[in-house]
Design a protein around this ligand. Structure first.
Ligand code: FAD
Length: 325
């Protein structure tokens, strides 16, 4: 068990609709394990998910009711800066997704704090914060010591297992006044559409089916296999750039890190920028028509073939096996 700091920890508690995101849940759990002081959740959602926050160990909730503007990372970073003024925090934890990285970078630049994103471990040893992360496409592991002004750490998925606390606090959101910066005050959110909350969340899924350029836009194919296996859909950056999949489904260096039990890559070549986000999967299966694709170097099971033939054949076998069970 890591040592604990006594200072409070501020956690950016982002929500998808009415519920805490998986990364935010892990960040709250991690904060509760790292400090004997307060775990202060900052929520910019219209209604903070206080039940989940309490269950995971938050002891206070600061609520910045910014409306749709809170979806902007510039506006949300102003809320973080306002929250930093409420106490003497030892650490800020955020999610290492697109939004979290933007917020962490902006807050760190404005407060001159140290910042690390993509953290795979955070511990407090000998009075010093230590952060682990991989570098150079996953070929190196780094240990980073963070000292000085309240540092900011963006965490990757899988950093800690959620652990409900024995005695959840009774949380009443405390309103937080946010003074918007010049940059934030010119932002007008003209429309915002919540991500559909259907299916299994990518960060939590024990099975991930990922589509790459090789599916040639046919994400129904990817989704049909994910549905048959009770898994979530992921995508390579190329697939997101093409508009075949939402950016939130991107796996890799500049997307999400996933650690499922089973990862299936469909038409994915296995570029290092992608594999750094999925190589910790317990089992890796690849379907790709190029026998020399690097994904086969890390795959436990590989099929050299056309996804348009292999996936329907696999679905038929799954269906047949279910019918016989
Ligand atoms: C700074 C930086 C950050 C990046 N971050 C990310 C990131 O976070 N995530 C990410 O994914 N990428 C990232 N990339 C991009 C990355 O380098 C690759 O370009 C990308 O991962 C390739 O995606 P892909 O495998 O879908 O496409 P490709 O590399 O083009 O591979 C497609 C594969 O599908 C095969 N194929 C084609 N047709 C079929 C078929 N019908 N059936 C079966 N197989 C078929 C092809 O032979 C090929 O092997 C980043 C790049 C940079 C420079």
């Amino acid at each position: 068990m890591t040592q604990q700091m006594h200072s409070p920890i501020l956690v950016l508690a982002d929500q998808a609709g009415s519920r805490l995101t998986s990364l935010a849940r892990q960040a709250v759990t991690l904060a509760a394990s790292l400090t004997s002081g307060d775990v202060v959740a900052l929520s910019v959602a219209s209604v903070p998910d206080t039940a989940a926050l309490a269950e995971l160990g938050a002891t206070r909730v600061l609520h910045a009711d910014l409306g749709a503007a809170g979806h902007s990372s510039v506006v949300a970073s102003d809320a973080v800066i306002a929250a930093l003024g409420t106490d003497s925090y030892g650490l800020v934890l955020a999610s290492s997704d697109y939004r979290g990285r933007e917020i962490a970078g902006r807050v760190a630049a404005l407060t001159e704090a140290g910042v690390v994103s993509g953290a795979s471990s955070v511990s407090f040893e000998g009075g010093v914060l230590q952060v682990g992360k991989t570098a150079l496409g996953g070929s190196w592991s780094m240990g980073i010591v963070l000292e000085g002004q309240t540092p900011i750490v963006g965490i990757s998925s899988g950093i800690i297992d959620e652990a409900p606390v024995a005695s959840p606090a009774s949380l009443a959101p405390e309103p937080l006044a946010v003074e918007l910066s010049a940059e934030a005050s010119v932002i007008e959110v003209v429309s915002s559409v919540a991500d559909e909350e259907e299916g299994v969340s990518l960060a939590d899924a024990s099975t991930v089916v990922c589509g790459g350029r090789g599916v040639d836009g046919d994400f129904e194919l990817v989704r049909s296999l994910a549905d048959a296996l009770g898994g979530a859909v992921g995508a390579t950056r190329v697939a997101c750039d093409e508009g075949w999949a939402p950016r939130a489904e991107q796996i890799g260096q500049t997307g999400l890190t996933v650690t499922p039990n089973l990862y299936i890559g469909l038409g994915v070549s296995g570029a290092i920028h992608h594999t750094v986000g999925m190589q910790s999967a317990a089992h890796i299966v690849a379907v790709c028509d190029d026998p020399d694709a690097p994904i086969f170097e890390i795959a436990d099971f590989g099929v050299v073939g056309d996804v348009a033939e292999v996936v329907p054949a696999a679905l038929a076998i799954i269906e047949e096996a279910r019918a016989q069970a």
